[in-house]
Design a protein around this ligand. Structure first.
Ligand code: S3P
Length: 180
């Protein structure tokens, strides 16, 4: 689907932010939620609540597959929601085809694009992301981003660059592009 073909074709017009770790989904989500007076939902926080443990522990105790199952379940739970919201997702949410379809059916999917070098800088002191622990961080980020880029693009209605831009500017561009 092309960038001009934006539609909220789901039961509800959510604004859904997708993109790699460090793209600014949570920060931009907070700003959008404030500016649009919409509630902010965060799928990672919902997963932690459902599992009653932090994400790092879910990965350590149950493994990535179990995390991905809960991630998909949380997305399905969100289908019940009628009131529009800004939804910030975990960076791996669009990896499953099923999730990409669900995301697109729920509202306008906004891909926050980021270059590997920016992720490396933004997450330099972050030790909480299980997928970035150990080994060569730069290599991991570059490789994962390369694998995921087409999946993000496939899931998104619009893409917005975030490199060297303040989150407020990113939020303003999103509002302009989706006429909010
Ligand atoms: C993940 C990203 C994280 C979190 C989990 C897995 C990923 O969310 O869901 O650690 O696969 O990219 P953020 O994108 O908010 O860091």
């Amino acid at each position: 689907m092309g960038e001009n073909d934006i539609r909220n074709d789901g039961p509800c017009g959510h604004i859904i932010l997708i993109g790699f770790m460090g793209a600014g989904k949570s920060t931009v989500g907070r700003i959008l939620s404030r500016k649009l007076s919409l509630p902010l939902l965060d799928t990672d926080a919902m997963i932690e609540e459902k599992a009653q443990m932090p994400i790092s522990r879910i990965f350590a105790r149950k493994g990535e597959n179990a995390f991905r199952e809960t991630e998909s379940q949380v997305l399905k739970d969100l289908l019940q929601r009628r009131e529009p919201a800004v939804i910030s997702t975990g960076g791996g949410m669009p990896m499953r085809e099923e999730n990409r379809q669900l995301l697109r059916s729920m509202g306008t999917v906004v891909y926050l694009r980021v270059e590997p070098q920016t992720v490396i800088k933004r997450l330099a002191s972050d030790r909480s992301r299980p997928l970035l622990q150990g080994g060569d961080r730069q290599e991991k980020i570059t490789e994962l981003l390369k694998q995921r880029e087409p999946l993000y693009a496939d899931a998104a209605h619009i893409s917005v660059d975030t490199d060297s831009r303040r989150p407020e500017k990113v939020a303003d561009e999103i509002r302009k592009r989706i006429n909010l």
